[in-house]
Write a protein that binds this ligand. Sequence first.
Ligand SMILES: NC(=O)c1ccc[n+]([C@@H]2O[C@H](COP(=O)([O-])OP(=O)(O)OC[C@H]3O[C@@H](n4cnc5c(N)ncnc54)[C@H](O)[C@@H]3O)[C@@H](O)[C@H]2O)c1
Length: 340
Amino acid sequence: MKLLVTGGAGFIGSNFVLYMLKKYPDYQIVNVDTLTYAGNLENLKSIENDPNHVFVKADIRDAAKMDELIGQGIDVVVNFAAESHVDRSIMEPDIFVKTNVLGTQVLLDAAKKHGISKFVQVSTDEVYGTLGETGLFSEATPLAPNSPYSASKAGGDLLVRAYHETFGLPVNITRCSNNYGPYQFPEKLIPLIISKASEDEPLPIYGDGMNIRDWLYVEDHCSAIDLVIHKGRNGEVYNIGGNNERTNVHIIKTILKQLGKSESLMTYVKDRPGHDRRYGIDPTKTMTELGWKPRHSFETGIRETIKWYLDNKEWWTRIQSGEYQEYYSRQYGARLGDQA
Ligand SMILES: NC(=O)c1ccc[n+]([C@@H]2O[C@H](COP(=O)([O-])OP(=O)(O)OC[C@H]3O[C@@H](n4cnc5c(N)ncnc54)[C@H](O)[C@@H]3O)[C@@H](O)[C@H]2O)c1
C-alpha cells in the first residue's frame, strides 16, 4: 500500500508515520510537509534511511505538486496538515482558512482525479463546539465551531463530505479529542507545562483552569486512524476519544507532582476569548464498528509522556532556540534540494 501523509513532520503526523512503518514495514509512505514552525524533521530521525519513507517539502495548497505526488500511484491520503493552535488562530485567522480549508480542497481535487481508494481527513472534536456539564459529542452532533481554528477545520470537513456526496470519493473523517505524547510542540498545554515547570518558570493558566478536555495518548489516535484506513465505511465520520476527561488544573497538578515541583508556580491569566468549557467524546461507533480500543490509560500515558520530555530535553530546547529549523537544510538540503 502506498500512502501520502500530509503534515507528517508535526506532532501527530510524525507519530503516525513512525507507527505505520513499524507495523507495516512493506508500506510506502510519501510524507508531505511544508515545515511551518510546527514541522520538525528531527521527529523522523529514526527513519531517515528507511527506503519506504520519502519526505517531500511541499505545501498542500500547491495544486500542481499535489497532483504530481498523488498521481504517482498513491492508494490512500491521510491529511494531518493544518494550522493547529487555537491561540494563533485568534491572532491570525487568515492562514488557518488557507491551509485548513483551501489546502484540503486542493488535496481532494488531486485525490478525485487519480481515483485513490481512501481519503482520511484527520479532524478534531473542536468542530462540535462546547459541552455543558453533561452529554458527549457523537458523530451526529451538529457542528458549532467557536474559534477560527475549529471553524477552519469544520470547513475542511464539510468539503470532504461534499466530495463524497457529489463525486463519490471514498472518504472518512476522524474527530479526535486532545492528544498528548512525544513530539508535541511545546506551545501546547502538556509539553508547555512540563518544560516550564522543569525550569521553575511560572505556569500560565487560562481563566479558572476548570476547562475540561478529553485526553488521548497519541499512539491510540494513530491506531484508530490505521483501523479507519483499513475498515472505515466510506462517507462515515468516526469519533476518537478515550473517556479521559480532566480539568486543566488537574493536568497541571499531576505534572507538578510527578516532577516534584511546587503548586506555587501556577499563575492564573486572563481567559482566552471564546474558550470552550468542556469537550467529551463518545467513541462507541469507532469501538464497536472498527474494534478500536485505546491501550493507554491517562495515568500510564501521562507518566510515559513526562518521562519522554525529561529524557529528550534536547529535543524541546532545540525548538525553543530555533535550531530545529536548520535541520532540514543540513540534513536534506544537499541531497534533495528544496522541493517546496
Ligand atoms: N493535537 C491535537 O490534540 C489534535 C486533536 C485532534 C485532531 N488534531 C488534528 O490533527 C492534525 C495534526 O495535529 P498536530 O497537533 O500534529 O499539529 P501540528 O501543528 O503539530 O502539525 C501540523 C503539521 O502540518 C504542517 N503544515 C501546516 N501547514 C501546511 C501546509 N500548508 N502544507 C503542508 N504541511 C503543512 C506543519 O508543518 C506541521 O508539521 C491537525 O489536522 C489537527 O487539526 C489534533
